[in-house]
Design a protein around this ligand. Structure first.
Ligand code: G6P
Length: 373
């Protein structure tokens, strides 16, 4: 059956390697081969009326799916200027939240069966604000979540077996950017030129993901430095902040090393106190609009004898030095960079976990799908 591990030692590694194909399939939902002037006519066509009326977005999700939602918030607001809130379902459902009229509620869930996410959705539906539209971004077409929402936007990741989510996450990000483009076009919130640029960048994405898998060997070498570590920080800014959170989540889930993701600008408000020579600090550092700020953050850490493990683009002109280890990630535009930078953090966690001899696909105390509270 197609969920066989094949030549791979673990499902997680197989699923990491499936990402270029899974992402290409997901892109094809909205984009014809080579087409850069428009989205496919049939992409979410039935739902255009619903999507044309929404003024706010509320994302609800758990775990890795929540991190995808955080990236979507940056995209919704910066690309098409629609306000977007994101919250973990287990908090949202118990605080009697306000959902304003004309909200698009996006529930992101690989399984579509996560109890907290489903309950949060049902609570909003009970509250029934005017113009409410609900959307399931989900990898399982037959799930409860898909049945209970107005719009189903699939991730075409194929079955994901490893408890730590990988290809479901990157395909969620792709589906979210496609949705944002669709809303942007439908509501005329995006110029043709901007659309063309993003579409041609999307066409390059599977190739960039494929190239990022070539980092496997250098990342495996890097991972040796983590084997005996107790705690680790992941830093990013802007669109890379959610990827820092996701990197930390992956590392703790499968290697059992304590890890925290931080927005690098918050370092000085706490985590800097933890930094010493035993503290590895992973930094997501594409050459984007935040790079110079991030570089200053790296210097703060370096000056306090922290050991830096940096994923950067060659264009950053960073060079390895004492206590600064560097892996170059393939060039990618700023908007789509969080998708490509997900791969090195997945590979790093994977190799650290294998070295520490944990059960990579079935980490202790965790379940693939949390269907009870
Ligand atoms: C569990 C899984 C995670 C997943 C989360 C949300 O904690 O171990 O990998 O991100 O549930 O699951 P969902 O199916 O709703 O995306």
């Amino acid at each position: 059956h197609n969920a066989d591990k094949g030549e791979f030692k673990h499902y997680m590694l197989k699923e990491i390697y499936e990402q270029p194909d899974a992402v290409a399939r997901t892109i094809e939902m909205a984009l014809d081969n080579g087409e850069t002037t428009k989205l496919r006519d049939d992409f979410l066509q039935r739902h255009e009326t619903l999507l044309s009326g929404i003024h706010h977005v509320q994302v609800i999700a758990c775990g890795t799916s929540y991190h995808a939602g955080m990236v979507a918030k940056y995209w919704f607001e910066s690309l098409i200027r629609i306000p977007c809130s994101v919250e973990v379902a287990s908090e949202f459902r118990y605080r009697n939240p306000v959902v304003v009229d004309n909200t698009l509620v996006i529930c992101i869930s690989q399984s579509g069966e996560t109890a907290d996410t489903l309950s949060a959705l049902r609570d909003i539906q009970k509250q029934a604000p005017a113009g409410l539209v609900s959307l399931a971004l989900c990898n399982v077409p037959t799930s409860s979540l898909v049945r209970e929402t107005d719009i189903f936007l699939p991730t075409l990741a194929g079955p994901e077996i490893g408890v730590a989510s990988t290809k479901a996450f990157t395909t969620q990000l792709v589906a979210l950017i496609l949705l944002i483009l669709k809303v942007g076009v439908t509501q005329k919130r995006m110029t043709d030129e901007h659309l063309n640029t993003l579409l041609s960048e999307l066409h390059q994405l599977p190739g960039q993901l494929y190239a990022s898998l070539n980092l496997d060997a250098p990342i495996k070498t890097m991972s040796e430095s983590f084997e005996d570590k107790k705690s680790c920080l992941f830093l990013g800014r802007g669109l890379q902040f959610p990827i820092a959170l996701e990197g930390a989540l992956k590392l703790k889930e499968i290697s059992y090393i304590h890890a925290e993701g931080y927005a690098a600008g918050e370092l000085k408000h706490g985590p800097l106190a933890l930094v010493d020579k035993d503290m590895p600090i992973v930094v997501l550092a594409p050459k984007d609009s935040m790079f110079d700020k991030l570089k200053a953050n790296m210097q703060e850490v370096h000056a306090r004898h922290g050991e830096l493990f940096v994923f950067a683009s060659e264009a950053s002109q960073m060079v390895a030095e004492d206590r600064l280890h560097l892996v170059y990630v393939p060039d990618v535009c700023e908007t789509l960079a969080p998708i490509v930078y997900s791969v090195p953090v997945q590979l790093l966690s994977y190799h650290v976990a294998v070295m520490r001899g944990t059960d990579v696909d079935q980490p202790r105390n965790l379940a693939k799908s949390v269907t009870v509270e």
